[in-house]
Design a protein. Structure first.
Length: 138
């Protein structure tokens, strides 16, 4: 009887523990808590990229825009991106203290070609609030 009880407990433990490796969330297969496409974003001959954004000051719209931008940057990087950046900072002092303001711009070109991609999937981590967007070239 003790062997049967031990076998049942071991079987339940194995089934419970194995469920942690590949779980599902909202129909999305998760691996280590992230969608499976996070680890393999390319699809066939089409280049893919995943953009991730945490909670954003501009709400869901800002979060989605940032995640899409990051996914496109990942795709462009794989295509041989050329990046031109410009940054400037200005420091202003007055009697109440000092303040720093600045601006930053980035321009991406890929051998003169336009990067066209579409959103393949979106997933939000309900625990951290991070938004994951998977984009694939057309």
């Amino acid at each position: 009887m003790k062997k049967i009880l031990t076998s049942i407990i071991l079987a339940v433990f194995c089934l419970t523990f194995s469920g942690c490796f590949a779980e599902k969330s909202d129909g999305v297969k998760l691996i280590n808590g992230k969608p499976e496409w996070f680890y393999h974003p390319s699809e066939g001959s089409n280049i893919g990229g995943v953009g991730v954004s945490g909670i954003h000051v501009d709400g869901k719209t800002g979060q989605k825009t940032l995640a899409m931008q990051r996914a496109l940057e990942e795709i462009a990087r794989q295509m041989g991106v050329k990046v031109q950046s410009f940054s400037s900072l200005k420091s202003v002092s007055d009697s109440s203290g000092s303040a720093v303001s600045g601006e930053s711009s980035s321009f991406f070109t890929v051998e003169g070609n336009e990067v066209k991609a579409r959103i393949k999937a979106m997933w939000e981590d309900s625990y951290t609030g991070e938004l994951y967007i998977w984009m694939v070239t057309e």
